[in-house]
Design a protein around this ligand. Structure first.
Ligand code: SF4
Ligand code: SF4
Length: 178
């Protein structure tokens, strides 16, 4: 794919996806050489520091309707990141239509997980998806008091497992490859 074609296809795909910014795929984005945490913080990004290491929390506050509102000033890590779908599109391994279908299916799975989390009693609170799931999973269901909840929890766990697998196989980059 020629670079101009790739960048317009990538932008259409990202506008339909947003999963690497909205807390679905990542909980944090680590600051890299070249990032100025104080400047990024002034843009409204959630910059935090732990043990002297700066990072940005997700869901990213710079994301509005799946669009990066700080695109020209986004952190280095965001500039360097191309998910597996974009990588495959660039190399010709997949087409835009196939990547779009993958994104739509995956987003449906994400919505299913969100819906199940809400049914389990945890309202949307602006935290990353995995964080919300783990918080819920760490509180066991009281089978005697909420017998119906057992099946909902099982469905949530199974759906989340499938989603994690798909995100690893189709979107995240293998460790140490970036
Ligand atoms: S996961 Fe890939 S397609 Fe989705 S927004 Fe991120 S880079 Fe774009
Ligand atoms: S700064 Fe932009 S590219 Fe980076 S996580 Fe936020 S919305 Fe996404």
């Amino acid at each position: 794919m020629i670079p101009e074609e790739f960048s317009s296809a990538a932008s259409r795909l990202c506008m339909a996806c947003g999963m690497c910014c909205d807390g679905t795929m990542f909980q944090i984005v680590r600051m890299q050489p070249g990032d100025v945490p104080a400047e990024l913080g002034k843009l409204g990004l959630k910059i935090r520091c732990r043990d002297g290491e700066y990072y940005m929390e997700q869901p990213c506050s710079g994301l509005q309707e799946k669009r990066c509102t700080v695109y020209d000033r986004r952190p280095v890590r965001c500039r360097l990141f191309n998910c597996q779908q974009l990588g495959r599109l660039e190399s010709g391994e997949t087409t835009e239509a196939e990547a779009m279908a993958m994104i739509i299916e995956t987003r449906e799975q994400v919505e299913k997980v969100r819906g199940l989390i809400e049914r389990c009693g945890l309202r949307e609170d602006g935290q990353a998806l995995v964080e919300r799931f783990e918080r819920l999973a760490s509180t066991p269901v009281n089978e005697a008091l909420e017998p119906d909840m057992v099946a909902v929890r099982e469905e949530l766990e199974a759906t989340m497992r499938k989603l994690k697998l798909r995100l690893n196989r189709e979107f995240r980059l293998p460790p140490n490859s970036h």
